[in-house]
Design a binder for this molecule. Structure first.
Ligand SMILES: C[S@@+](CC[C@H](N)C(=O)[O-])C[C@H]1O[C@@H](n2cnc3c(N)ncnc32)[C@H](O)[C@@H]1O
Length: 432
Protein backbone atom coordinates (compact mmCIF):
# COMPACT_ATOMS: atom_id res chain seq x y z
CA UNK A 1 0.00 0.00 0.00
CA UNK A 2 1.27 3.52 -0.77
CA UNK A 3 1.56 6.07 1.97
CA UNK A 4 -0.98 8.82 1.56
CA UNK A 5 0.51 12.05 0.34
CA UNK A 6 1.65 14.21 3.21
CA UNK A 7 0.31 17.78 3.13
CA UNK A 8 2.84 20.18 1.70
CA UNK A 9 5.20 21.55 4.30
CA UNK A 10 8.46 20.65 5.96
CA UNK A 11 9.25 16.94 5.70
CA UNK A 12 9.05 15.22 9.07
CA UNK A 13 12.18 13.51 10.30
CA UNK A 14 11.75 10.95 13.01
CA UNK A 15 14.24 11.51 15.83
CA UNK A 16 16.66 8.56 16.25
CA UNK A 17 15.45 7.97 19.82
CA UNK A 18 11.79 7.67 18.76
CA UNK A 19 12.68 5.37 15.89
CA UNK A 20 14.79 3.19 18.23
CA UNK A 21 12.09 3.16 20.91
CA UNK A 22 9.45 2.17 18.37
CA UNK A 23 11.58 -0.70 17.05
CA UNK A 24 12.33 -1.99 20.56
CA UNK A 25 8.69 -1.78 21.63
CA UNK A 26 7.69 -3.68 18.49
CA UNK A 27 10.14 -6.45 19.35
CA UNK A 28 8.95 -6.61 22.96
CA UNK A 29 5.37 -6.81 21.69
CA UNK A 30 6.09 -9.51 19.08
CA UNK A 31 8.61 -11.74 20.82
CA UNK A 32 9.87 -12.87 24.21
CA UNK A 33 12.70 -10.30 24.07
CA UNK A 34 13.40 -8.24 27.19
CA UNK A 35 13.44 -4.47 26.99
CA UNK A 36 16.53 -4.36 29.21
CA UNK A 37 18.54 -6.54 26.78
CA UNK A 38 17.34 -4.56 23.76
CA UNK A 39 18.18 -1.25 25.43
CA UNK A 40 21.77 -2.47 25.85
CA UNK A 41 22.15 -3.80 22.31
CA UNK A 42 24.71 -2.30 19.85
CA UNK A 43 22.02 -0.34 17.96
CA UNK A 44 21.24 1.67 21.10
CA UNK A 45 24.88 1.88 22.22
CA UNK A 46 25.62 3.60 18.91
CA UNK A 47 23.25 6.50 19.72
CA UNK A 48 24.37 9.72 21.41
CA UNK A 49 24.03 9.78 25.22
CA UNK A 50 20.99 12.09 24.98
CA UNK A 51 19.30 9.81 22.44
CA UNK A 52 20.06 6.73 24.54
CA UNK A 53 18.45 8.37 27.57
CA UNK A 54 15.39 9.38 25.58
CA UNK A 55 15.09 5.90 24.05
CA UNK A 56 15.22 4.33 27.51
CA UNK A 57 12.70 6.79 28.93
CA UNK A 58 10.30 6.15 26.04
CA UNK A 59 10.57 2.35 26.09
CA UNK A 60 10.32 1.90 29.85
CA UNK A 61 7.71 4.64 30.16
CA UNK A 62 5.41 3.17 27.50
CA UNK A 63 5.75 -0.33 28.97
CA UNK A 64 5.10 0.93 32.50
CA UNK A 65 2.04 2.96 31.49
CA UNK A 66 0.74 0.85 28.60
CA UNK A 67 -2.46 -0.37 30.29
CA UNK A 68 -3.41 3.15 31.39
CA UNK A 69 -2.44 4.58 27.99
CA UNK A 70 -4.66 2.06 26.21
CA UNK A 71 -7.52 2.92 28.58
CA UNK A 72 -7.10 6.59 27.64
CA UNK A 73 -6.74 5.92 23.90
CA UNK A 74 -9.81 3.71 23.43
CA UNK A 75 -12.51 6.29 24.23
CA UNK A 76 -10.90 8.68 21.75
CA UNK A 77 -11.32 6.26 18.85
CA UNK A 78 -14.30 6.50 16.55
CA UNK A 79 -14.94 2.82 17.21
CA UNK A 80 -13.44 2.17 20.67
CA UNK A 81 -13.69 -1.64 20.40
CA UNK A 82 -12.11 -1.86 16.92
CA UNK A 83 -8.89 -3.82 16.38
CA UNK A 84 -6.04 -1.44 15.68
CA UNK A 85 -3.09 -2.20 13.44
CA UNK A 86 -0.21 -3.04 15.87
CA UNK A 87 2.01 -0.28 14.45
CA UNK A 88 -0.80 2.28 14.78
CA UNK A 89 -1.44 1.22 18.38
CA UNK A 90 2.26 1.50 19.17
CA UNK A 91 2.48 4.94 17.57
CA UNK A 92 -0.55 6.02 19.62
CA UNK A 93 0.98 4.69 22.84
CA UNK A 94 4.26 6.48 22.16
CA UNK A 95 2.49 9.74 21.34
CA UNK A 96 0.10 9.50 24.26
CA UNK A 97 2.93 8.70 26.68
CA UNK A 98 4.87 11.77 25.61
CA UNK A 99 1.81 14.01 25.83
CA UNK A 100 0.80 12.74 29.26
CA UNK A 101 4.09 12.02 31.00
CA UNK A 102 6.95 13.97 29.41
CA UNK A 103 6.85 17.66 30.29
CA UNK A 104 9.78 18.68 28.13
CA UNK A 105 8.55 17.27 24.82
CA UNK A 106 6.56 19.76 22.72
CA UNK A 107 3.13 18.39 21.78
CA UNK A 108 3.73 19.03 18.06
CA UNK A 109 6.87 16.81 18.09
CA UNK A 110 5.10 14.03 19.99
CA UNK A 111 2.16 14.10 17.59
CA UNK A 112 3.84 14.60 14.23
CA UNK A 113 6.54 11.98 14.81
CA UNK A 114 3.98 9.45 16.05
CA UNK A 115 1.98 10.02 12.87
CA UNK A 116 5.16 9.55 10.84
CA UNK A 117 6.04 6.37 12.75
CA UNK A 118 2.66 4.87 11.88
CA UNK A 119 3.02 6.03 8.27
CA UNK A 120 6.50 4.54 7.78
CA UNK A 121 5.92 1.35 9.77
CA UNK A 122 3.31 -0.41 7.77
CA UNK A 123 0.25 1.53 8.88
CA UNK A 124 0.03 4.51 6.47
CA UNK A 125 -3.76 4.07 6.35
CA UNK A 126 -3.86 4.81 10.09
CA UNK A 127 -1.72 7.97 10.01
CA UNK A 128 -4.77 10.27 9.91
CA UNK A 129 -6.39 8.43 12.79
CA UNK A 130 -3.21 8.67 14.92
CA UNK A 131 -3.09 12.39 14.21
CA UNK A 132 -6.76 12.91 15.08
CA UNK A 133 -6.65 10.89 18.32
CA UNK A 134 -3.52 12.59 19.64
CA UNK A 135 -4.82 16.06 18.76
CA UNK A 136 -8.09 15.24 20.46
CA UNK A 137 -6.14 14.15 23.49
CA UNK A 138 -4.45 17.55 23.75
CA UNK A 139 -7.85 19.30 23.52
CA UNK A 140 -9.84 17.10 25.88
CA UNK A 141 -7.60 15.07 28.20
CA UNK A 142 -9.36 11.83 29.12
CA UNK A 143 -11.24 11.85 32.38
CA UNK A 144 -10.80 8.73 34.49
CA UNK A 145 -13.36 6.10 33.56
CA UNK A 146 -16.19 6.10 36.05
CA UNK A 147 -15.57 2.51 37.15
CA UNK A 148 -11.91 3.22 37.73
CA UNK A 149 -12.32 6.59 39.40
CA UNK A 150 -11.21 5.27 42.79
CA UNK A 151 -7.97 3.96 41.38
CA UNK A 152 -4.78 5.92 41.00
CA UNK A 153 -3.22 6.13 37.51
CA UNK A 154 -0.45 3.81 38.76
CA UNK A 155 -3.02 1.21 39.83
CA UNK A 156 -4.78 1.45 36.46
CA UNK A 157 -1.39 0.72 34.85
CA UNK A 158 -1.36 -2.79 36.40
CA UNK A 159 -3.32 -5.89 35.41
CA UNK A 160 -6.47 -6.12 37.53
CA UNK A 161 -5.80 -9.68 38.66
CA UNK A 162 -2.36 -8.75 39.97
CA UNK A 163 -3.56 -5.68 41.80
CA UNK A 164 -6.41 -7.66 43.33
CA UNK A 165 -4.11 -10.32 44.73
CA UNK A 166 -1.74 -7.66 46.13
CA UNK A 167 -4.71 -5.99 47.82
CA UNK A 168 -5.72 -9.35 49.26
CA UNK A 169 -2.22 -10.23 50.49
CA UNK A 170 -0.91 -6.83 51.58
CA UNK A 171 -3.97 -4.56 51.97
CA UNK A 172 -5.12 -1.67 49.78
CA UNK A 173 -2.67 0.94 51.08
CA UNK A 174 0.42 -1.20 50.56
CA UNK A 175 -0.83 -2.34 47.13
CA UNK A 176 -1.32 1.30 46.14
CA UNK A 177 2.23 2.26 47.20
CA UNK A 178 3.57 -0.81 45.43
CA UNK A 179 1.82 0.15 42.21
CA UNK A 180 3.26 3.68 42.50
CA UNK A 181 6.81 2.30 42.97
CA UNK A 182 6.50 0.28 39.76
CA UNK A 183 5.88 3.40 37.67
CA UNK A 184 9.26 5.07 38.12
CA UNK A 185 12.96 4.38 38.00
CA UNK A 186 13.82 2.37 41.14
CA UNK A 187 16.04 4.19 43.69
CA UNK A 188 19.76 3.58 43.14
CA UNK A 189 20.75 3.07 46.79
CA UNK A 190 17.93 2.93 49.29
CA UNK A 191 19.19 0.20 51.62
CA UNK A 192 22.95 -0.01 51.28
CA UNK A 193 25.75 2.48 51.03
CA UNK A 194 27.58 2.04 47.74
CA UNK A 195 30.43 -0.47 48.02
CA UNK A 196 33.00 -0.06 45.28
CA UNK A 197 34.39 -3.56 45.94
CA UNK A 198 31.12 -5.07 44.74
CA UNK A 199 29.86 -5.32 41.17
CA UNK A 200 26.99 -3.05 40.13
CA UNK A 201 23.99 -4.65 41.79
CA UNK A 202 20.56 -3.37 42.77
CA UNK A 203 19.84 -3.18 46.49
CA UNK A 204 17.20 -5.94 46.53
CA UNK A 205 19.58 -8.41 44.86
CA UNK A 206 22.37 -7.32 47.14
CA UNK A 207 20.17 -7.88 50.18
CA UNK A 208 19.59 -11.50 49.14
CA UNK A 209 23.27 -12.02 48.33
CA UNK A 210 24.47 -10.50 51.62
CA UNK A 211 21.89 -12.54 53.53
CA UNK A 212 23.11 -15.72 51.81
CA UNK A 213 26.75 -14.83 52.45
CA UNK A 214 26.02 -14.19 56.15
CA UNK A 215 23.83 -17.29 56.57
CA UNK A 216 26.93 -19.45 57.16
CA UNK A 217 29.95 -18.20 59.13
CA UNK A 218 32.69 -20.06 57.25
CA UNK A 219 31.55 -22.24 54.33
CA UNK A 220 34.24 -24.28 52.59
CA UNK A 221 32.07 -25.18 49.61
CA UNK A 222 29.35 -22.92 48.21
CA UNK A 223 26.83 -23.81 45.52
CA UNK A 224 24.99 -21.06 43.65
CA UNK A 225 22.25 -23.18 42.11
CA UNK A 226 20.64 -20.66 39.71
CA UNK A 227 23.53 -18.29 39.22
CA UNK A 228 23.43 -16.39 35.93
CA UNK A 229 24.03 -13.53 35.26
CA UNK A 230 26.06 -13.81 38.45
CA UNK A 231 25.53 -10.66 40.51
CA UNK A 232 24.90 -12.61 43.69
CA UNK A 233 27.70 -15.12 42.96
CA UNK A 234 30.12 -12.18 42.89
CA UNK A 235 28.98 -10.99 46.33
CA UNK A 236 29.37 -14.54 47.71
CA UNK A 237 32.87 -14.78 46.21
CA UNK A 238 33.92 -11.46 47.73
CA UNK A 239 32.47 -12.23 51.18
CA UNK A 240 34.01 -15.74 51.25
CA UNK A 241 37.38 -15.37 49.52
CA UNK A 242 38.62 -18.81 50.64
CA UNK A 243 35.58 -20.87 49.71
CA UNK A 244 35.30 -23.11 46.66
CA UNK A 245 32.34 -21.83 44.68
CA UNK A 246 30.37 -23.72 42.05
CA UNK A 247 27.89 -21.63 40.06
CA UNK A 248 25.24 -23.55 38.10
CA UNK A 249 22.75 -22.43 35.50
CA UNK A 250 20.60 -24.26 32.97
CA UNK A 251 21.01 -21.59 30.30
CA UNK A 252 24.16 -21.98 28.24
CA UNK A 253 23.89 -18.44 26.88
CA UNK A 254 23.44 -16.81 30.27
CA UNK A 255 26.21 -18.92 31.76
CA UNK A 256 28.63 -18.01 28.96
CA UNK A 257 27.94 -14.31 29.52
CA UNK A 258 28.49 -14.78 33.24
CA UNK A 259 31.75 -16.68 32.68
CA UNK A 260 33.21 -13.98 30.46
CA UNK A 261 32.43 -11.32 33.07
CA UNK A 262 33.82 -13.40 35.95
CA UNK A 263 37.07 -14.25 34.21
CA UNK A 264 38.19 -10.61 34.17
CA UNK A 265 37.47 -9.98 37.87
CA UNK A 266 40.13 -11.27 40.30
CA UNK A 267 37.50 -11.89 42.99
CA UNK A 268 35.39 -14.15 40.78
CA UNK A 269 37.92 -15.79 38.46
CA UNK A 270 38.07 -18.83 40.77
CA UNK A 271 34.29 -19.47 40.53
CA UNK A 272 33.62 -22.75 38.75
CA UNK A 273 30.66 -22.48 36.35
CA UNK A 274 28.64 -25.58 35.51
CA UNK A 275 25.84 -26.03 33.00
CA UNK A 276 23.20 -28.21 34.66
CA UNK A 277 19.50 -28.55 35.32
CA UNK A 278 19.01 -28.22 39.05
CA UNK A 279 15.43 -29.40 38.91
CA UNK A 280 16.75 -32.94 38.36
CA UNK A 281 17.90 -35.28 41.11
CA UNK A 282 21.72 -35.51 41.44
CA UNK A 283 21.55 -39.22 40.52
CA UNK A 284 20.42 -38.25 37.05
CA UNK A 285 23.61 -38.31 35.03
CA UNK A 286 21.94 -36.19 32.38
CA UNK A 287 21.73 -33.25 34.78
CA UNK A 288 25.25 -32.15 33.93
CA UNK A 289 25.81 -31.23 30.34
CA UNK A 290 29.44 -30.26 30.70
CA UNK A 291 30.80 -33.82 31.19
CA UNK A 292 32.97 -35.55 33.79
CA UNK A 293 34.80 -32.45 35.08
CA UNK A 294 31.51 -30.66 35.71
CA UNK A 295 30.05 -33.75 37.38
CA UNK A 296 33.04 -33.81 39.73
CA UNK A 297 32.69 -30.11 40.51
CA UNK A 298 29.09 -30.72 41.53
CA UNK A 299 29.71 -33.95 43.43
CA UNK A 300 29.49 -34.18 47.21
CA UNK A 301 27.77 -31.78 49.56
CA UNK A 302 27.92 -28.04 50.09
CA UNK A 303 27.99 -26.01 53.33
CA UNK A 304 26.13 -23.09 51.81
CA UNK A 305 23.71 -23.09 48.91
CA UNK A 306 22.00 -20.12 47.31
CA UNK A 307 18.90 -21.15 45.40
CA UNK A 308 17.85 -17.92 43.62
CA UNK A 309 15.05 -19.57 41.71
CA UNK A 310 13.59 -18.47 38.38
CA UNK A 311 10.26 -16.80 39.13
CA UNK A 312 7.45 -14.57 37.89
CA UNK A 313 9.42 -11.44 38.84
CA UNK A 314 6.43 -9.52 40.20
CA UNK A 315 8.71 -7.70 42.64
CA UNK A 316 10.64 -6.13 39.77
CA UNK A 317 7.99 -4.50 37.58
CA UNK A 318 9.66 -1.08 37.82
CA UNK A 319 12.82 -2.57 36.30
CA UNK A 320 11.15 -5.12 34.01
CA UNK A 321 7.86 -3.44 33.07
CA UNK A 322 6.87 -5.89 30.32
CA UNK A 323 6.41 -8.71 32.86
CA UNK A 324 2.96 -7.32 33.64
CA UNK A 325 1.89 -7.72 30.00
CA UNK A 326 3.13 -11.31 29.70
CA UNK A 327 2.40 -12.91 33.04
CA UNK A 328 -0.92 -14.70 33.57
CA UNK A 329 -2.21 -15.74 36.95
CA UNK A 330 -2.19 -19.39 35.90
CA UNK A 331 1.60 -19.18 35.32
CA UNK A 332 2.18 -18.96 39.06
CA UNK A 333 1.45 -22.63 39.74
CA UNK A 334 3.80 -23.69 36.93
CA UNK A 335 6.52 -21.47 38.41
CA UNK A 336 5.90 -22.95 41.86
CA UNK A 337 6.28 -26.53 40.60
CA UNK A 338 9.61 -25.73 39.00
CA UNK A 339 10.79 -23.85 42.08
CA UNK A 340 9.84 -26.72 44.39
CA UNK A 341 11.74 -29.19 42.17
CA UNK A 342 14.85 -26.98 42.12
CA UNK A 343 14.72 -26.47 45.88
CA UNK A 344 14.13 -30.17 46.59
CA UNK A 345 17.10 -31.22 44.50
CA UNK A 346 19.35 -28.44 45.75
CA UNK A 347 18.62 -29.58 49.32
CA UNK A 348 19.91 -33.08 48.53
CA UNK A 349 23.32 -31.42 48.08
CA UNK A 350 23.27 -29.60 51.44
CA UNK A 351 25.76 -30.89 54.05
CA UNK A 352 24.57 -31.68 57.60
CA UNK A 353 24.59 -28.38 59.50
CA UNK A 354 24.68 -26.56 56.15
CA UNK A 355 22.47 -23.60 55.24
CA UNK A 356 20.46 -22.97 52.10
CA UNK A 357 18.97 -19.61 51.19
CA UNK A 358 15.95 -19.87 48.90
CA UNK A 359 15.06 -16.61 47.18
CA UNK A 360 12.88 -15.15 44.45
CA UNK A 361 12.06 -11.68 43.14
CA UNK A 362 8.36 -12.57 43.30
CA UNK A 363 5.82 -11.16 45.74
CA UNK A 364 3.47 -14.11 45.33
CA UNK A 365 3.06 -16.57 48.24
CA UNK A 366 2.75 -19.57 45.87
CA UNK A 367 6.35 -19.01 44.79
CA UNK A 368 7.67 -18.26 48.26
CA UNK A 369 6.10 -19.49 51.51
CA UNK A 370 4.27 -22.34 49.74
CA UNK A 371 7.49 -23.59 48.11
CA UNK A 372 9.29 -23.49 51.46
CA UNK A 373 6.48 -25.53 53.02
CA UNK A 374 7.12 -28.32 50.49
CA UNK A 375 10.73 -28.59 51.70
CA UNK A 376 10.28 -28.62 55.49
CA UNK A 377 10.49 -31.80 57.59
CA UNK A 378 12.84 -34.76 57.02
CA UNK A 379 15.69 -32.95 58.71
CA UNK A 380 15.16 -29.56 57.03
CA UNK A 381 14.08 -26.63 59.21
CA UNK A 382 13.42 -22.95 58.64
CA UNK A 383 15.71 -20.54 60.52
CA UNK A 384 14.62 -17.04 61.56
CA UNK A 385 16.34 -14.45 59.38
CA UNK A 386 16.20 -11.57 61.91
CA UNK A 387 19.63 -12.14 63.51
CA UNK A 388 21.38 -12.56 60.18
CA UNK A 389 19.62 -9.47 58.86
CA UNK A 390 20.67 -7.39 61.88
CA UNK A 391 24.36 -7.96 61.13
CA UNK A 392 24.53 -7.43 57.39
CA UNK A 393 27.41 -5.19 56.29
CA UNK A 394 26.72 -1.80 54.72
CA UNK A 395 23.08 -1.28 55.75
CA UNK A 396 22.09 2.24 56.73
CA UNK A 397 20.26 2.85 60.06
CA UNK A 398 17.01 3.61 58.27
CA UNK A 399 17.41 0.41 56.28
CA UNK A 400 17.65 -1.62 59.52
CA UNK A 401 14.34 -0.18 60.68
CA UNK A 402 12.70 -0.70 57.31
CA UNK A 403 13.88 -4.32 57.13
CA UNK A 404 12.34 -5.12 60.51
CA UNK A 405 9.01 -4.57 58.76
CA UNK A 406 10.12 -6.93 56.01
CA UNK A 407 10.13 -10.01 58.30
CA UNK A 408 7.32 -12.41 57.45
CA UNK A 409 5.15 -14.26 59.97
CA UNK A 410 7.48 -17.29 59.61
CA UNK A 411 10.60 -15.16 60.17
CA UNK A 412 11.80 -14.98 56.56
CA UNK A 413 12.32 -11.74 54.61
CA UNK A 414 10.05 -10.14 52.03
CA UNK A 415 10.77 -6.65 50.73
CA UNK A 416 7.74 -4.94 49.23
CA UNK A 417 8.48 -2.05 46.85
CA UNK A 418 7.07 1.11 48.36
CA UNK A 419 7.51 -0.25 51.92
CA UNK A 420 11.22 -0.95 51.56
CA UNK A 421 13.28 1.27 49.24
CA UNK A 422 14.17 -1.55 46.84
CA UNK A 423 12.58 -4.10 44.50
CA UNK A 424 10.51 -6.94 45.91
CA UNK A 425 12.45 -10.00 47.05
CA UNK A 426 11.74 -12.99 49.24
CA UNK A 427 14.46 -14.91 51.09
CA UNK A 428 14.21 -17.85 53.51
CA UNK A 429 17.07 -19.58 55.33
CA UNK A 430 16.88 -23.37 55.64
CA UNK A 431 19.17 -25.64 57.66
CA UNK A 432 19.83 -29.35 57.48
C1 LIG B 1 16.60 -15.19 39.10
S1 LIG B 1 17.68 -15.72 37.88
C2 LIG B 1 19.19 -15.82 38.80
C3 LIG B 1 19.86 -14.50 39.03
C4 LIG B 1 21.24 -14.68 39.61
N1 LIG B 1 21.22 -15.42 40.85
C5 LIG B 1 21.90 -13.37 39.84
O1 LIG B 1 21.87 -12.83 40.94
O2 LIG B 1 22.49 -12.82 38.89
C6 LIG B 1 17.28 -17.40 37.74
C7 LIG B 1 18.25 -18.21 36.91
O3 LIG B 1 17.88 -19.58 37.04
C8 LIG B 1 18.19 -20.23 35.84
N2 LIG B 1 17.43 -21.50 35.83
C9 LIG B 1 16.15 -21.70 35.45
N3 LIG B 1 15.82 -23.00 35.60
C10 LIG B 1 16.92 -23.61 36.09
C11 LIG B 1 17.23 -24.98 36.41
N4 LIG B 1 16.29 -25.92 36.26
N5 LIG B 1 18.46 -25.27 36.85
C12 LIG B 1 19.41 -24.31 36.96
N6 LIG B 1 19.19 -23.00 36.66
C13 LIG B 1 17.96 -22.67 36.23
C14 LIG B 1 17.81 -19.23 34.78
O4 LIG B 1 18.50 -19.50 33.57
C15 LIG B 1 18.25 -17.92 35.42
O5 LIG B 1 19.54 -17.57 35.01
Amino acid sequence: MHAPARPLGRPITIAPAREAAFTILQRVMNSAAHSDDLLHAPAVDALSAADRNLTTALVLGVLRWQIALDAAIRPLLQRPEADLHPAALLALRLGMFQLRHMDRIPAHAAISESVELARTHDAPHAAGMVNAVLRRMTREPAAPRATLAAETPAEIAHPRWLLQRWRKHFGGKVARALAAYDQAEPPAHGLFAEDTALPTIDDGSRLVAELAAAAHPAPQRILDACAAPGGKTAVLAIRHPNADIVAVDVSEKRLARMRSRMDVEPSTARVRTVLADMSLHPNRTSDVVGGEADREALAGSFDLILCDAPCSGTGTLARNPEIRHRLQERDLSRQAERQAAILRNALTRLAPGGRLVYSTCSLEPEENEAVIQTALGSGIRLLPAADVLANLPGLSDTAHASLQDALTAEGSVRTVPGQQPCDGFYAAILER
